[in-house]
Design a protein. Structure first.
Length: 247
C-alpha cells in the first residue's frame, strides 16, 4: 500500500532548478535509503516533501496516503504523519528538551502530563538516554551526537507514519550511532511505519533492515537497488553512476 508517491517532481529555490523528473514511491512498512554526492539535492527533497516554503514545486505531485499534499502547509503534513528531522542547531533559551518535544506532540493533540512523562520514560529507556538529560535547556551548543539523541526522542515520541531522517551530520561517535540505530530499529518494529533515510554513514545502515537504496545525482534518482548498492557506492563512489547516466 502506497504511503508516499512522488511523480515527475521538479523543484527550485531562488529560480534555480534543484530537483528534476524525480519519481519515488514508498509503501507502508518500507525503509528507503537516499544517497548521493554533496549538493545533489537530498536535503532539498526532504524539505520539499515536508513543504518547506523556501522551495517551489514547479511541476509534478506529491501524494500521501492517496491524498494530494503538493501544496499543503508544513503543519498539515506533520499532522498527517510526516516527520523530517531537523538539521540546523536548535536554540530556544528557557525551553527544555522535554518541553520542546511535548510542544511538538501537542500540535497534533493535547497530551496529559502524566501520559507524556510515562511515554518519555519508556522512550528514554529504550534509547539508553539519561532521564535527567532531557531537562536540559535547548540554549547550549549541542554536539552532533546530542542532536541525534533529541531527534530520536522526537521520532519515537511523535511516532509519525513516515520519518525522513537527514543524517548530514557525519562523524557521530560510537555512542550516537548506537542511539540512532536503536531509535530507528524501534521505529521499524511497527510494520506499518516507513522511513526515508538520507545518509553517508554506512555504520548506521549495518544494523537496519533496508528495502531500497536510491542514488540521487543532479536532482534526479538515477538508480534504485537493494542494500547491496551501498557496498558498491562505498567501494567505487558515485563516479560509475555519473558516467553511466547517458547510457
Ligand atoms: P544535498 O543535501 O544533496 O547535499 P542540497 O539539497 O542541500 O544537497 O542542495 C542541492 C543544491 O541546491 C545545492 O547546489 C544547494 O546550494 C542548492 N540549494 C539548496 N537549498 C537552497 C536554497 N534554499 N536556496 C538556494 N539554493 C539552494
Ligand atoms: Mg519493514
Ligand atoms: Mg544535505
Amino acid at each position: 500500500k502506497s504511503l508516499l508517491n512522488i511523480t515527475d517532481l521538479y523543484a527550485s529555490a531562488e529560480d534555480k532548478t534543484i530537483l528534476q523528473n524525480l519519481n519515488l514511491n514508498i509503501n507502508k512498512g518500507e525503509t528507503h535509503i537516499l544517497m548521493g554526492p554533496n549538493g545533489a539535492g537530498k536535503s532539498t527533497l526532504g524539505n520539499v516533501i515536508m513543504g518547506n516554503s523556501q522551495y517551489k514545486v514547479d511541476r509534478g505531485s506529491i501524494f500521501f496516503e492517496d491524498e494530494d499534499i503538493t501544496s499543503a502547509r508544513t503543519d498539515e503534513r506533520a499532522q498527517k504523519g510526516l516527520f523530517l528531522s531537523f538539521q540546523s542547531p536548535i536554540e530556544i533559551p528557557g525551553v527544555s528538551i522535554s518541553q520542546f518535544i511535548r510542544t511538538a506532540m501537542e500540535t497534533k493533540e493535547k497530551i496529559r502530563l502524566k501520559a507524556f512523562r510515562d511515554k518519555l520514560k519508556t522512550v528514554t529507556k529504550t534509547l539508553g538516554i539519561n532521564e535527567q538529560w532531557i531537562n536540559r535547556e535547548l540554549n547550549v551548543g549541542f554536539s552532533g551526537g546530542e542532536r541525534k539523541k533529541i531527534e530520536m526522542l522526537q521520532l519515537l515520541m511523535l511516532n509519525p507514519k513516515l520519518a525522513i531522517l537527514d543524517e548530514t551530520d557525519s562523524g557521530l561517535d560510537v555512542d550516537a550511532v548506537k542511539t540512532v540505530s536503536r531509535g530507528i530499529q524501534t521505529f521499524q518494529q511497527d510494520d506499518q511505519k516507513s522511513l526515508l533515510i538520507i545518509t553517508h554513514n554506512s555504520k548506521i545502515l549495518e544494523y537496519l533492515h533496508i528495502d531500497y537504496v536510491h542514488i540521487l545525482i543532479n536532482g534526479k534518482i538515477i538508480k534504485t537497488g537493494d542494500a547491496s548498492l551501498i557496498k558498491i557506492i562505498n567501494e567505487q563512489g558515485y563516479e560509475p553512476f555519473i558516467t553511466g547516466q547517458g547510457e
